[in-house]
Design a protein around this ligand. Structure first.
Ligand code: GCU
Length: 678
């Protein structure tokens, strides 16, 4: 039965016409197994090729016939060394794949400078087969554009996953370190196949327990499983750990005992895990402790930890997701206000990790104004893969277009072309320490992600972390082919459906720059009227500000002036209601209901039109899927169909609830011809 466990690494038998394409190309495998990474690389190729071709691939020490596949590095393979390939500038993780002639025979070589590069190359080679690409004239060179490509698990040690919709945590802390579940290896394979090279195991709302010796043993066991796949472990730490588990009276970073405690803790960790990655820190945000408790800055806090990790090569990823309830002004401004003045004050092994938008992982937000504004500090992107504000597991929302929209946004920091992608890959301000993090959507569900289509969001995150300039459509197509089928009659409509799905969600949830209209606490379903949250800045009304005159949050110069956190040319644009892109209209402006939109509609009619269109789009998605019955297995087909039916129902719920609520405030009639729900 197909339960989605294999993700995009299914390796099912190729269709005969496709297998025909590869005849003569795949005759023998020349690959070493002298190191753990070489062994897993060879194992993956054997497994993948056997599955795709339906027979075992013979191993050979050398090339004896046409169609050999040679895998390795100049150090590990004399054959590769003799080919005198240019592997020098591939870096530690890069690879090349080329057709060559060896001993008079045609062959394909997959080579890295290091084992890890060759492993990434092997996964790429398998992907070529999985997606039906020809193997002639191969001349590929790839290396990652971003150094740290990390998942962030928001997993508590009790198994709960914060904002997790796919079961409980896959880390079985009770049975670790002795029991290393096979799933950990499959997790590592999946991540390695898309280039992810690190994982933060625990929630940013961290307790101190993970740093106790008992738990560090367990962390070390996971690190051992992941190491051959080039994946390092990182931990979220609690700033007050020296008090909670260290018995100290304070966690103030200026206290020498506190500094010594962190240094000793770092030493202890590295003794167990020599390639430990470092710490992720949420401090002075949503109740977490931090340096500001002692009137020290975020930079001072980060630097103290950075100094403890530096001798071992570790990094600190310090989150910029801060906002306080004491701030009556505008939550969207606070991270910039606090962090921008700290530019240049962080140690070299600190990255500041910034959410893609200034508020919180909404279906659409403008890019975060810190991107481009801290040239002296490596800024790390934080995307959310889990769909906290996007319908959890059942709504089909492919996040590729969201990620791509943010990465391709132009910060104008150094004039036109200063994209967020260039901030993240370090090219804009010459940083070599670079990173991208994705809040994982992984849990114990058989299909890992709560739905088959949510797997695509894990996939696209990894591919974009490798290269932030890739197209989300091309990635969607790869994923569909690997996950379902190469049948064009299936691939085209499904990719189109995925590509439209995020805009549909924006339309039926929060169109025209609205955000945070979701139910309180859980963030599921519409509740633009809700006022039950204790904090004003958690209430939907704080964000939409609808009244009898109009709707939207005035962030222009006349309002909170958040616009001036952007580069001058953008600030001018966003400050002017006429020049603001309509998709951000109500994010930057409070606009009268009868405001004329570019379409000629009034804002009120346009809002109704967006909600209607979003719900209609989901109806069409379900129709598209209904036409695809028979192309894939029943199990996955049926679950997707059922989930789409849920989404259809809930998109209508969103539409009707929001139109009714906003109408109760605008007091305006529905557009002519609009048929209210029965
Ligand atoms: C959101 C989310 C929280 C999370 C926080 C964070 O607010 O709802 O669950 O802890 O982001 O990113 O720290």
């Amino acid at each position: 039965a197909e339960d989605g466990y294999d993700l995009w690494l299914r390796y099912r038998l190729l269709a005969p016409e496709q297998a025909g394409l590869y005849r003569g190309h795949l005759s023998q495998l020349v690959a070493g197994s002298g190191t753990p990474t070489q062994a897993v690389t060879r194992g993956e190729l054997q497994r993948g090729l056997a599955g795709l071709l339906g027979h075992e691939m013979p191993l050979s020490d050398t090339v004896t016939r046409d169609g050999a596949i040679i895998v390795g590095t100049p150090k590990s393979s004399a054959l590769i060394e003799h080919l005198s390939l240019n592997t020098q500038d591939l870096g530690n993780e890069g690879y090349l794949i080329r057709n060559v002639v060896v001993n008079g025979h045609t062959a394909t070589v997959i080579a890295g400078r290091e084992d890890i590069g060759a492993m990434y190359g092997a996964f790429h080679f398998l992907r070529l087969l999985q997606t039906g690409q020809p193997l002639d004239h191969l001349d590929l060179r790839e290396s990652p554009h971003v150094k740290l490509r990390l998942l962030n698990h928001w997993d508590y040690l009790n198994g709960q996953v914060e904002r997790g919709y796919a079961g409980t945590s896959i880390w079985d802390w009770w049975k670790l370190p002795d029991w290393r579940a096979p799933r950990y290896t499959d997790y590592a394979r999946a991540n390695a196949s898309i280039g992810i090279n690190g994982t933060v195991l625990n929630n940013v709302n961290a307790g101190a327990t993970i740093l106790t010796p008992e738990y560090l043993q367990k962390v070390a066991a996971l690190a051992d499983v992941f190491r051959p796949y080039g994946i390092r472990v990182y931990l979220s730490i609690r700033f007050s750990a020296p008090v909670e588990i260290g018995g100290l009276k304070t966690a103030d970073l200026l206290d020498p005992q506190v500094q010594a405690w962190w240094r000793a803790k770092a030493d202890e960790i590295y003794k167990r895990i020599p390639d430990f990655g470092g710490f992720l820190v949420k401090a002075n945000s949503e109740g977490q402790p931090g340096p500001e408790d002692y009137h020290r800055t975020h930079a001072e806090g980060a630097n103290m930890l950075a100094d403890a990790l530096a001798p071992h090569g570790g990094v600190v990823m310090w989150r910029a997701f801060v906002y306080s309830q004491a701030n009556p002004d505008d939550r969207a401004k606070q991270a910039y206000t606090e962090f921008k003045p700290l530019d240049g004050r962080f140690r070299a092994n600190v990255l500041v990790q910034v959410k893609n938008g200034p508020v919180d992982f909404q279906p659409r937000e403008p890019f975060h104004p810190l991107f481009g504004a801290m040239p002296k500090t490596p800024l790390m992107m934080e995307f959310e893969i889990t769909k906290e504000y996007l319908g959890f597991a059942t709504h089909l929302v492919y996040l590729g277009p969201l990620y791509e929209e943010v990465l391709s946004a132009d910060t104008m920091a150094h004039g036109k072309g200063s994209t967020v992608a260039k901030v993240i890959d370090g090219s804009l301000d010459d940083h070599t320490l670079t990173g991208m993090a994705g809040v994982a959507n992984i849990g114990t569900d058989r299909n890992w992600c709560g739905s088959d289509f949510n797997q695509a969001n894990w996939y696209v995150f990894g591919r974009l972390a490798w290269n932030p300039s890739l197209s989300s459509r091309a990635i969607a197509e790869e994923w569909v082919r690997m996950t379902f089928t190469n049948n064009e009659a299936f691939v085209k409509p499904v990719v189109d459906m995925m590509m439209g799905s995020r805009e549909a969600a924006v339309d039926y949830m929060t169109p025209l720059g609205l955000l945070h209209l979701m139910g309180p606490g859980h963030h599921y379903g519409p509740a633009p009227w809700d006022a039950s949250e204790s904090r004003a800045d958690w209430r939907p009304v704080y964000y939409h500000r609808a009244d009898h005159q109009g709707i939207g949050f005035d962030r222009s110069r006349a309002g909170s002036d958040a616009v001036d956190q952007y580069a001058p040319l953008l600030a001018v644009q966003f400050n002017d209601v006429k020049q603001t892109p309509e998709q951000f209209l109500l994010y930057f402006h409070h606009v009268p209901w009868d405001y004329r939109m570019r379409s000629g509609n009034t804002l009120w009619y346009e809002l109704v039109a967006h909600y209607t269109r979003g719900a209609d789009d989901v109806k069409r998605m379900l129709e598209t899927w209904r036409h695809l019955d028979g192309y894939i297995d029943k199990e996955r087909y049926n679950q997707v169909a059922t989930f789409l039916a849920i989404q259809e129902k809930e998109a209508q719920w969103w539409r009707d609830a929001c139109i009714a609520y906003f109408q109760s405030i605008s007091g305006l009639p529905l557009p002519p011809g609009y048929v209210p729900p029965q």
